[in-house]
Design a protein around this ligand. Structure first.
Ligand code: FMN
Length: 332
């Protein structure tokens, strides 16, 4: 991936195509990668690809929008690392709800050290479901992440010890509800089991080989995992929630941008981040999360932050769909 300002000699379409390719590394619910990019000579369009939606698990498309928002932010990072100033128009056409955003290069700028660092973090970032080690997350680190989420109009609230106990209850209620929903079980199996689509889904090497001994239970995947979890706990983890004042498609897209921005910065800080979305997907536990927030806003996603085991790196990265599956280059 080219991160140097010399890339300006290339056409905007080439820069957009590269951004679409880089954005493919974004995190997504069950690694569904529910986005489609259209590269034009004067803009890059982000569309929802509902053929990879999860209607049983995610009937309102919340997590689809959050995933696409993360991809949108990844594309922004890629364009900035090429020395471009980017303008984003979210949901630009009410008549085309699947068109989630349009990105336009509006000028050129010097490539900053921060832009390069974020681009490097984007290539390193991954989901680590192993319990974190005993090193706590500092208040300064949380403050920095809070500020970054705020740039997208999204609040990051660090849960207190009492609220973490309430979160544990909400998470286990969500787990119980999901376990009795055949459509949810079928989707989890389809995306994380042996018949998952090529280039997508979660392979066993990234799923714990047994339930980690944590107070807040992790998402239960139907497939048996092959990731050794070690003996860690979540005592030193920090739990936080991203939330905001509205609960609609625009808010979920922004939540995804904030999730990506927070995750990349956490990666720069040397922190591992694990998203918890089941507690938001299920109506009853989502209402519990709203009560935990004293009805101050709508919860978008829960985050576990902590320091990952430095001696046992994860076995590489989860797969991604080929570029020509997720991107169309329009000859206009
Ligand atoms: C919106 C969203 C929700 C997610 N929810 C969960 C979750 O509840 N539990 C979990 O273990 N991982 C969750 N993930 C992580 C994805 O499974 C992960 O991003 C995907 O498998 C790709 O792997 P990577 O992040 O290592 O690139 C979520 C990710 C996103 C973007």
């Amino acid at each position: 991936m080219n991160t140097d300002a010399g890339a300006h000699a290339r056409t905007p379409a080439a820069a957009y195509a590269q951004a679409a390719e880089v954005a493919g590394r974004a995190p997504s619910i069950h690694n569904t990668q529910p986005w489609h990019w259209q590269v034009h000579s004067d803009r890059l369009d982000l569309l929802a690809d509902t053929s990879r939606a999860l209607p049983g698990t995610d009937p309102d498309e919340r997590m689809l929008l959050v995933s696409c928002g993360a991809a949108l932010h990844h594309a922004q990072v890629a364009l900035r690392a090429q020395g471009h100033t980017v303008q984003v128009r979210p949901l630009p056409d009410p008549a085309r709800p699947q068109l989630l955003a349009t990105l336009t290069i509006s000028g050129d700028e010097a490539v900053t050290a921060d832009a390069v660092r974020l681009m490097q973090a984007l290539q390193l970032r991954h989901t680590d479901r192993r319990p974190t080690v005993d090193t706590p997350v500092t208040a300064e680190q949380v403050d920095q992440l809070r500020q970054i989420a705020g740039e997208f109009g999204v609040h990051l609230h660090k849960l207190t010890a009492d609220q973490v106990s309430e979160l544990a209850v909400a998470v286990s209620r969500a787990e119980e509800a999901a376990a009795t929903e055949p459509a949810v079980r079928a989707e989890t199996a389809a995306w994380t089991g042996p018949d998952r689509p090529a280039g997508a889904g979660v392979p066993p090497e990234f799923i714990p080989d047994r339930r980690p001994e944590t107070d807040v239970g992790e998402r239960e995947f139907t497939a048996r995992g092959a990731l050794a979890v070690g003996g860690g706990h979540d005592k030193s983890s920090t739990y936080a929630v991203l939330f905001g004042e509205s609960d609609d498609r625009g808010a979920w897209l922004r939540a995804g941008q904030a999730l990506s921005a927070v995750w990349l910065q956490a990666t720069v800080q040397g922190l591992a981040l694990l998203p918890y979305s089941q507690v938001i997907e299920i109506d009853g536990s989502r209402a519990m999360m709203r009560r935990i927030l004293s009805n101050l806003g709508y919860a978008y996603i829960v985050l576990r932050l902590g320091v990952a085991d430095p001696d046992h790196p994860l076995p590489g990265h989860t797969p991604r769909l080929p570029f020509d599956t997720t991107t169309t280059v329009d000859p206009d």
